[in-house]
Design a protein around this ligand. Structure first.
Ligand SMILES: *[C@@H]1O[C@H](CO)[C@@H](O)[C@H](O)[C@H]1NC(C)=O
Ligand SMILES: *[C@@H]1O[C@H](CO)[C@@H](O)[C@H](O)[C@H]1NC(C)=O
Ligand SMILES: *[C@@H]1O[C@H](CO)[C@@H](O)[C@H](O)[C@H]1NC(C)=O
Ligand SMILES: *[C@@H]1O[C@H](CO)[C@@H](O)[C@H](O)[C@H]1NC(C)=O
Ligand SMILES: *[C@@H]1O[C@H](CO)[C@@H](O)[C@H](O)[C@H]1NC(C)=O
Ligand SMILES: [Ca+2]
Length: 583
């Protein structure tokens, strides 16, 4: 409700401001995906880049611990204070007040004493005490604030924060933490303040958060804001500059993007050079809180991100779809998908998906249809569908869009046809053709499971050359068959027909309807083998030998009288003596 009220106020405001022909410079929150604009020509939607609000991401996280049995309390055990090895407490998983399960790392904080997760103690020393805490969102998120890990124990001697961008398949280090960076990771110690705009992506090892087990601070940061500050200024007052930078530098954007985080605890705080083996119950990890703030990555195509079946999903606008709004909706693939852009400041560019131009697949319905371009010889009369010029899409955005060379990645060359004031792709590859390489060549059909810009978008019809009328097929790949032929590829015969080297032919004989007579046998459904003296297609005739008696009985007189002549004719032709026989 708030949003819609905001939208209408906003719309009103846009009306005013478009009269005044300027926008206020404080814009740049990217919190609306579209606004209505009123002009003399009527109402228009103006589409803008938009993104969800930054929220507490720990509400949606799935946590996994490795080793799985690393949480203390099963069996119950004692742990003691780092400073005072005689001040001890009990951890018992079976008793609520004494249990320290992983959920306590991201419960609602504010109680005292703090609730916390705790590992077993370092009983197995000198075997390393190592724990991986993996945080998974199953959704790409963009971090907007520092990651803050609050320890209840002393902060570890060695720790690595890692990130994944591909749902946990591969991992990269984000930051190393150690009391002694050189010793632990063979890295020079650094702090974020040692970095600059140019080295902001460098992975550093910091000693800032580990030294001094007696120190009061129990907090570890991963400094997002300090890194933003290289672009947006110390108090982040110039976010526009940061957004501009994020827009043009993919690496920078990816640096702040994650699907998973992993905290690798490698060595607990020991405080002294030597581990006190008499009091191993002093060494363990305990974390009371993890803070991760970010926003769903929606490629600047959504302001909403909701949880559905335990999974975060962008509520995509601009006719995009997918968990990250990472592709165009069906029938809105008039040009390749692209993310929205923060530029130009302050409203960005929406890069909306526009209705498909294509007629392969399902022809979309448009309000306005332009004359087709079959006069160019690029349209297939068998696949007539509405063709749409980019300029007819009713949107300010698209009207301004240059008619550039959009060939769905099947070509990167276009030619301008002045007569039609149209840009046409040339040399479409991957068996495509058409103004935007959006059609399949003759003899190919659209792969329904492939996007228009897929290399495999067109599949060969593969019509049987003998059984089909031509080598083209319909949108399902079904060929047009000759008489007697069937099957999607026309390589089968209908009942009553048989496949020969020249296609399907009606059976001459079979064992049901066309039975060879007079003791003849049917050979391959092609011919009857007749026993003498029978002949004819079905052995229904008697062959007349010269002095056969049966001939005159069964066949008419004409047959007898004609016979000598019939026998003579080839001979006559052979000798060229036809003039001797004048009837
Ligand atoms: C933690 O992750 C690292 C890196 O993938 C792996 O080598 C290690 O076996 C995992 N488990 C523990 C308990 O360290
Ligand atoms: C992640 O999300 C996908 C859907 O996008 C779902 O199929 C999959 O099961 C989810 N994985 C986990 C581990 O929840
Ligand atoms: C997206 O498509 C719907 C129709 O399915 C249309 O009403 C809407 O205006 C379109 N939005 C954009 C941003 O083009
Ligand atoms: C497209 O052009 C062909 C040939 O010029 C014509 O027969 C057909 O009716 C046209 N289709 C449309 C939708 O204008
Ligand atoms: C159809 O496209 C999908 C997606 O690219 C591809 O995996 C598949 O192999 C294609 N089918 C054919 C028959 O080429
Ligand atoms: Ca807690």
């Amino acid at each position: 409700m708030y949003l819609s009220r905001f939208l209408s106020l906003h719309a009103l405001w846009v009306t005013v401001s478009s009269v005044m022909q300027h926008y206020p410079s404080v814009w740049g929150h990217y919190d609306v995906c579209k606004t209505q604009i009123y002009t003399e020509d009527g109402k228009f939607w103006d589409y803008t880049a938009c993104q969800p609000e930054a929220i507490d991401m720990m509400r949606y996280v799935k946590v996994n611990l490795d080793p799985p049995d690393i949480t203390c309390g099963n069996p119950p055990e004692n742990f003691c204070g780092m400073g005072n090895p005689y001040m001890c407490n009990e951890c018992d998983a079976a008793i609520d007040e004494l249990a320290h399960p992983p959920e306590l790392m991201f419960d609602v904080e504010g109680r005292h004493p703090y609730t916390f997760w705790q590992s077993t103690t370092w009983k197995a020393y000198p075997k390393p005490l190592r724990v991986n805490i993996t945080l998974s969102w199953n959704k790409t998120i963009e971090l907007t604030d520092n990651i803050v890990i609050t320890f209840e124990s002393s902060r570890p001697d060695q720790m690595i924060l890692e990130k994944s961008l591909d749902y946990g398949r591969t991992w990269q280090p984000y930051q190393y933490y150690a009391t002694d960076c050189l010793n632990a990771f063979n890295m020079e110690p650094k702090t974020v303040r040692d970095l600059s705009q140019h080295t902001v992506l460098e992975i550093i090892c910091t000693e800032e958060y580990s030294t001094g087990y007696m120190s009061n601070s129990k907090i570890i940061h991963f400094e997002i804001k300090d890194r933003f500050a290289f672009f947006a200024g110390p108090r982040l007052h110039n976010m526009a500059s940061l957004y501009g930078q994020l827009d043009t530098t993919k690496n920078l954007r990816d640096f702040f993007t994650v699907t998973d985080l992993r905290i690798r605890l490698l060595r607990p705080a020991t405080g002294e050079i030597y581990v006190d083996t008499d009091h191993l119950t002093r060494y363990f990890y305990a974390i009371s809180d993890i803070k991760v703030v970010g926003r769903c990555k929606c490629n600047l195509h959504a302001t909403g991100c909701r949880e559905e079946n335990k999974k975060l999903l962008c509520e995509c606008e601009h006719n995009t779809t997918g968990p990250d709004c990472g592709k165009c909706k069906k029938n809105y693939q008039g040009r390749p998908w692209s993310p929205g852009s923060y530029l130009p400041i302050p409203k960005g560019t929406a890069n909306i998906c526009i209705p498909s131009i294509s007629s392969i697949g399902n022809p979309p319905k448009f309000d306005r249809i332009l004359p087709n371009i079959s006069s160019l010889g690029v349209s297939n009369p068998n696949q007539v569908g509405p063709k749409l010029a980019l300029s007819t899409v009713s949107s300010v955005q698209v009207a301004n869009h240059k008619r550039d060379c959009e060939c769905f990645r099947h070509s990167n060359r276009c030619t301008y046809i002045e007569l039609l004031s149209t840009v046409v792709c040339v040399s479409c590859k991957h068996k495509t053709r058409g103004q935007h390489c959006e059609l399949c060549r003759l003899g190919y059909f659209r792969n329904a499971s492939a996007e228009l810009d897929d290399e495999n978008v067109c599949i060969e019809c593969n019509c049987n050359p003998i059984g089909s009328v031509h080598d083209r097929c319909n949108e399902k790949g079904i060929c047009e068959c000759k008489e007697g032929t069937s099957g999607p590829k026309c390589d089968k015969c209908l009942p009553g027909y048989n496949w020969h080297s020249w296609g399907c032919q009606t059976n001459v004989c079979d064992n049901e309807l066309q039975i060879c007579q007079n003791g003849g046998t049917c050979q391959n459904n092609i011919r009857c083998l007749c026993p003498p003296p029978y002949s004819g297609v079905l052995c229904e005739k008697l062959s007349c030998e010269k002095d056969s008696q049966s001939c005159s009985q069964d066949s008419g007189q004409g047959a007898v009288s004609l016979q000598p002549l019939v026998l003579l004719l080839p001979l006559v032709a052979l000798l060229g003596l036809s003039e001797l026989f004048i009837f």
